[in-house]
Design a protein around this ligand. Structure first.
Ligand SMILES: O=C(O)CCC(=O)C(=O)O
Length: 249
């Protein structure tokens, strides 16, 4: 039996490449994580500093995020799609200020991460509401099923991705789904699913915490010595060097 998602929701995740909204944090919990994160951001160079510091392995740098990657409600849903053994490989804070031009171009994570097979899921946890007007994430259903699209590296100024990587073909707007979430909800998306997001045109901050979870049989094919942190179950494969978080156990 799944722990959080219904059997139908699990089947839909595998068929479409995503699932939302998935309840993750109670309203007061989401508020408290947001406050602690915002205090950390304030002490560490504001949103510009945070974009640098919290881009690759945010859970190793920021104590409230070290807690969140082990949150049982998040892990229960991840377990339903990945299985009982779970590593946290990376995590990123995606913060858009009010009226921020920052956007995320359409891309597929599998193009760049070197992880194989693609048993990798992102839990994207909304720490504020994430809605069309403040740049909610958008996905292209079923795009995880075929070969990867060709990508270009644009290095565009307002692109939040480090190299401005972008799918080289037009995405059909008629097929796109916007993942509107309330603070405390999350979405799940497959490593091969095409996704992106627009600028924040609203008066409110948008903060999402994207946590990348992998099953332990996954390998890093792009480099040697990659690291990940066991957050549930066992790792009998040891394909990744073990990583320590700041979260006391
Ligand atoms: O937060 C966003 O708008 C984009 C997130 C994203 O690209 C990701 O989680 O891989």
């Amino acid at each position: 039996m799944p722990k959080s998602l219904s059997p139908q929701a699990v089947a839909e995740y595998h068929a479409t490449g995503f699932r939302f909204p998935v309840p993750a944090l109670a309203a007061d919990e989401a508020r408290s994580y947001r406050q602690r994160l915002e205090a950390f951001i304030k002490e560490n160079g504001g949103s510009t500093g945070a974009r640098r510091l919290l881009f690759e392995k945010a859970h190793l740098r920021c104590p409230p995020l070290a807690e969140l990657v082990r949150h049982p409600k998040i892990l229960d849903a991840v377990e339903d799609v990945l299985g009982p053994d779970i590593l946290c490989w990376a995590s990123t804070i995606f913060l858009k200020e009010p009226q921020d031009k920052a956007y995320v171009s359409w891309h597929q994570d599998a193009m760049y991460w070197g992880l194989d097979p693609p048993d990798v899921v992102t839990a994207w946890v909304a720490l504020t509401d994430s809605l069309p007007e403040n740049g909610a994430m958008k996905v292209l259903p079923e795009s995880h099923l075929g070969a990867l699209f060709r990508h270009n590296e644009t290095f565009a100024a307002d692109n939040m991705l480090s190299r401005g990587q972008e799918i080289a073909v037009e995405v059909d707007p008629g097929k796109v789904v916007t993942l509107s979430l309330r603070a405390g909800e999350m979405s799940l998306h497959h490593i091969k699913l095409a996704h992106g997001s627009d600028a924040n045109k609203s008066k409110n901050r948008r903060i999402g915490y994207a946590i990348r979870y992998v099953a332990p049989h996954v390998r890093q094919t792009g480099s040697k010595g990659d690291r990940a942190m066991l957050v549930r179950g066992n790792d009998k494969f040891k394909n990744f060097r073990s990583e320590i978080s700041t979260e006391p156990t």
